[in-house]
Design a protein around this ligand. Structure first.
Ligand code: AMP
Length: 217
């Protein structure tokens, strides 16, 4: 399957994407993770992306689209993929359509994760991510690690992402409403959108997502 995941920051896209990709046996492609990997490797792309990310703004389309395209063209993504955090505005969605058209393939579904604003702010403020593997995500109150600051899964150090500070979160939410939300209408016009609530236990949300995706197959 070829799936796009959308939802506000803090809706749990990363967590759900990891789980869904595993169940559906498709690669999880997160542009945020790709940028963070470039930042830790201190590449030119990482240096450029960091200034935008720290401010809560979108990284320019040109580099983002090129990076996403490059990843989608890797052999493991031939049979399908789950895009997490891409596209994030209408021009990226148009670029993705063009790319898919050239390859003669189509998206199967756009999964829209809905969560109220006060909830996503709480989730982000308490979020702690593993330095070794950003798929290992904890929350100081909702899913605390056994030992504070240490990843249960691999023992890596847990940290708060630079762009998870409260002031940056406000900007990210604003950017989501003005730039990313319009892609939901863009995809609705193509009959691709399935909306589910992102509230409740992680397992329940995954179950809901899988159920919703069945109807899109
Ligand atoms: P995420 O991990 O998806 O929350 O992304 C973290 C940050 O990476 C975002 O706030 C943006 O600054 C940047 N980013 C991730 N994906 C994109 C994208 N598709 N377009 C532009 N910027 C992005």
């Amino acid at each position: 399957m070829r799936i796009v995941l959308v939802g506000p920051p803090g809706a749990g896209k990363g967590t759900q994407a990891t789980r869904l990709a595993e169940k559906l046996r498709i690669p999880h492609i997160s542009t945020g993770d790709l940028f963070r990997a470039n930042i830790s490797r201190q590449t030119e792309l990482g240096k450029l992306a960091k200034s935008y990310m720290d401010a809560g703004n979108l990284v320019p389309d040109e580099v983002t689209i090129a990076m996403a395209k490059d990843r989608m063209e890797q052999p493991d993504a031939e049979g399908g993929f789950l895009l997490d955090g891409f596209p994030r505005n209408v021009s990226q969605a148009e670029a993705l359509d063009e790319l898919l058209q050239t390859e003669g393939i189509k998206l199967d579904a756009v999964l829209d994760l809905e969560a109220p604003e006060d909830e996503v702010v709480k989730r982000i403020a308490g979020r702690r991510v593993c330095r070794k593997d950003s798929a290992h995500v904890f929350h100081v109150t909702y899913s605390p690690p056994k030992q504070e600051g240490v990843c249960d899964t691999c023992g890596g150090e847990l940290y708060q992402r630079d762009d998870d500070s409260e002031s940056t979160v406000r900007t990210r939410l604003e950017v989501y409403h003005t730039q990313t939300e319009p892609i939901i209408d863009y995809y609705r016009a193509q009959g691709l959108v399935v909306t589910i609530s992102a509230m409740g236990p992680v397992d329940e949300v995954t179950g809901r997502a899988l159920e919703a995706l069945k109807s899109a197959e």
